[in-house]
Design a protein around this ligand. Structure first.
Ligand code: ZN
Length: 322
């Protein structure tokens, strides 16, 4: 009988600026990892070829190690039918990446089983299996970067919704009829608590201070640095945005009663100061019973979560025999 521990797969995380990929075994051990540049204007055939080249690179590496590759797991932006690996409709990051039978196309290009799911779902799965979520079965994973994404794990499994289109945690409306959002909605959490929101809020409060406002390098890391140095404008902006995010988390706690909330993405890299502010708000606003024993923790895997989740998903799909 095949020893599952010896199995190895290629995990691929397709992002708007790069493809990150690695050769990983079922225990999450990384043998080799790399990345390639992507272009948001590329044609879908060029994106597929770029992914194919990445997989072939890993195939050659595995061949030299003497390991056969069992499968390929891939996370793509957009709404993906995880059973067929078909990208349904458009993707937020690529202009021409829409209605692509991703798994079918790649399978014929690399001659390996290929499994595809939404990238945010697979990041959540990666953290759940190999990162901050090890041992937990009911997890909300939220990624706070330029936008806000996330994934939901219930009883150890990804929850995707009826048509694999759910878990859009960043698009919970938190201000009725608030700011318009790229998704077509209004008042979404993403508009009030993402990195972009923190920068916009900081600019709003520093409009009287030209030196701060004209700073082209202005990013969230810099705003947190100012905050740690006691800058009152940075403090005001960060407190306002973490307040919204904390209320968002309180809503997730009341709805899902998770055991763990994992917070990742560029903003979470600000560290404990950010996580502590979130805990304070979330626990103040959540209901008593659902919030009992909930832990809010930073993500552990950084930008490796996507490809690690992808291989976990690939092995799961192989074992399900569907
Ligand atoms: Zn939205």
């Amino acid at each position: 009988m095949e020893n599952k521990r010896d199995r190895i797969a290629v995990g691929v995380d397709l992002g708007g600026t790069s493809i990150k990929y690695a050769l990983v075994d079922l225990d999450g051990r990384i043998y080799h990892e790399s990345q390639r540049v992507t272009n948001s204007e590329a044609q879908s055939s060029d994106i597929l070829k770029n992914i194919k080249d990445a997989i072939v690179e890993m195939k050659n590496y595995a061949h030299n190690l003497g390991y056969p590759i069992a499968a390929v797991g891939l996370g793509s932006p957009g709404c993906v039918d995880f059973k067929t690996g078909f990208l349904m409709g458009a993707s937020p990051n690529f202009r021409h990446w829409k209605n692509v039978p991703i798994a079918e196309k790649l399978r014929s290009m690399v001659n390996l089983p290929v499994f595809v799911d939404n990238d945010a779902n697979l990041m959540a799965l990666g953290e759940a299996r190999y990162g901050a979520g090890i041992g937990a079965k009911n997890i909300i994973c939220i990624t706070v970067g330029t936008g806000i994404g996330g994934g939901i794990i219930i009883d150890g499994k990804l929850y995707r919704g009826f048509a694999s289109a759910g878990a859009e945690l960043g698009h919970m409306s938190i201000v009725a009829d608030g700011l318009p959002c790229n998704c077509g909605g209004k008042g979404c959490l993403e508009q009030y608590a993402s990195a972009s929101a923190i920068i916009r809020t900081f600019k709003k409060y520093s409009s009287h201070d030209a030196s701060k406002n004209e700073d082209k390098t202005l990013d969230v890391k810099y705003i947190f640095e100012l905050y740690k140095k006691g800058d009152s404008t940075a403090a005001k902006a960060i407190k306002e945005c973490t307040h919204y995010l904390g209320i968002g988390l309180a809503n997730f706690i009341n709805i899902f009663n998770p055991e763990l909330i994992i917070v990742g993405g560029g903003v979470a890299e600000a560290g404990n100061v950010f996580i502590n502010m979130l805990r304070e708000v979330a626990f103040a606003y959540a209901m008593d019973k659902p919030k009992e024993n909930v832990k809010i923790v930073p993500a552990k895997l950084g930008n490796k979560a996507g490809f690690l989740g992808a291989i976990s998903f690939a092995f799961e799909r192989m074992d399900s025999g569907e």
